[in-house]
Structures are given as structure tokens and as C-alpha cells.
Write a protein that binds this ligand. Structure first.
Ligand SMILES: [Ca+2]
Length: 111
């Protein structure tokens, strides 16, 4: 990934890692991510924990699904996404929309 792409991925990671310890866990997600809107939570199939865990699993390394996502795993996940996106601008807009990063952060990335 280009430097600009890595920067925006790192911003999203810092936003998710509320405890600031460099690992995203279920605890970090509480208050950032509302599990109650998930359809499987709404129909009673999953608990809140399961919604969070499934969300974390999507970023976790396939070889080490422990419910803890490191910056390296997060970057690896987005390296995969990034490969299918041609321009930095589009990637950055996509990340800003997905993670609701502030517009001033977004502008810094496009400079
Ligand atoms: Ca954390």
C-alpha cells in the first residue's frame, strides 16, 4: 500500500483501538460499534459478544483467530482490499466513509 493508504488505515485502527494498547478487542468495540442493529442480534440468533467477535474475525489473521486484531493484521486485511482499488483518493474516501474519520483528517491525507 502507498504511504497515504497506510496512514488512513492507521487512523481507522487508532479510532477502533480505544484503549490505545495497540490491539483491537471486544472491549474496544463497545461504544464504537453498535451491535444492536445487527440483524442476527435483532432476531435473537447471536449475542452482542458474537456480533463483536464476528466483526473482529473478519480482520483477524486466518491463522490466528483469537478475537484480538493487531495493527499488522488490520494492515494486512486492508492490503487485500487495497489491491482491488485503483486510486489512493478513492481508497481514502472509502475508508473515511466506512470509519467516519473526520474530514480534517481526510483532507490531510489528500494533501
Ligand atoms: Ca485495545
Amino acid at each position: 500500500m502507498s504511504k497515504a493508504r497506510k496512514e488512513v488505515v492507521m487512523q481507522a485502527f487508532r479510532k477502533l483501538d480505544r484503549s490505545g494498547d495497540g490491539v483491537v478487542t471486544i472491549e474496544d468495540l463497545r461504544g464504537v460499534y453498535n451491535a444492536k442493529y445487527h440483524p442476527k442480534y435483532q432476531n435473537g440468533e447471536w449475542t452482542e459478544e458474537q456480533v463483536f467477535r464476528t466483526f473482529l474475525d473478519s480482520f483477524d489473521s486466518p491463522y490466528d483467530k483469537d478475537g484480538k486484531v493487531t495493527l499488522e493484521e488490520f494492515l494486512n486485511y486492508y492490503a487485500g482490499v487495497s489491491a482491488s482499488i485503483d486510486t489512493d483518493v478513492y481508497f481514502i474516501v472509502m475508508m473515511n466513509n466506512a470509519w467516519k474519520l473526520s474530514s480534517s483528517e481526510a483532507r490531510d491525507q489528500l494533501r
